[in-house]
Design a binder for this molecule. Sequence first.
Ligand code: SF4
Ligand code: SF4
Length: 204
Amino acid sequence: MSEPSESTGDKFQNPVAGFGVTFKAMFKKRLTEQYPEQQKVTAPRFHGRHQLNRHPDGLEKCVGCELCAWACPADAIYVEGADNTDEERYSPGERYGRVYQINYARCILCGLCIEACPTRALTMTNEFELANTTRESLIYTKDELLAGLEEGMVDTPHAIFPGMDEQDYYRGLVTEAAPGTERQVAVSKGESKEQAAKDEEVDA
Ligand code: SF4
Ligand code: SF4
């Protein structure tokens, strides 16, 4: 059966209706964004680049358990855990994340990994400028993902706060690095005890 042919009235009205849509749009508020000159403000819970967080004394929250990697639907996370030792400690507990990588060529920023993390070591920031020109540069390593040092923190490795255990860190009982932690780190890096003490006096 053949299709009914368009009437003469339709032939005239259809293009006019189409131009009507164009005409209405000409008077609507423009949505053009002047990015990157004007940065877009994201919603507070926006899913951006990940961050590996620290405890208030600078020790790392990641325990290298790999739960984030198992939860990831895009297979974008690679973790290798290792044991802490008394000489080289990165987190308050038994294990820490020795290798940590997120491949942003795969990541879909869904947030399942941060839901899976038992220690709140992994969270997401509001940073969204992740585009790059090579695949290698889209693989973020632990150095790039680890949070910076805030006031009261000392960079790892260093000892656990004296008299505290891992649970105390999660109870919020450790609020800053123990006195002398900077000196301890300097000595472990080969500086003499006397020089480290002098440096600490100058910094104080
Ligand atoms: S945000 Fe989603 S896709 Fe990206 S690493 Fe986490 S779980 Fe994987
Ligand atoms: S980020 Fe969290 S879930 Fe992932 S390895 Fe570290 S502690 Fe485990």
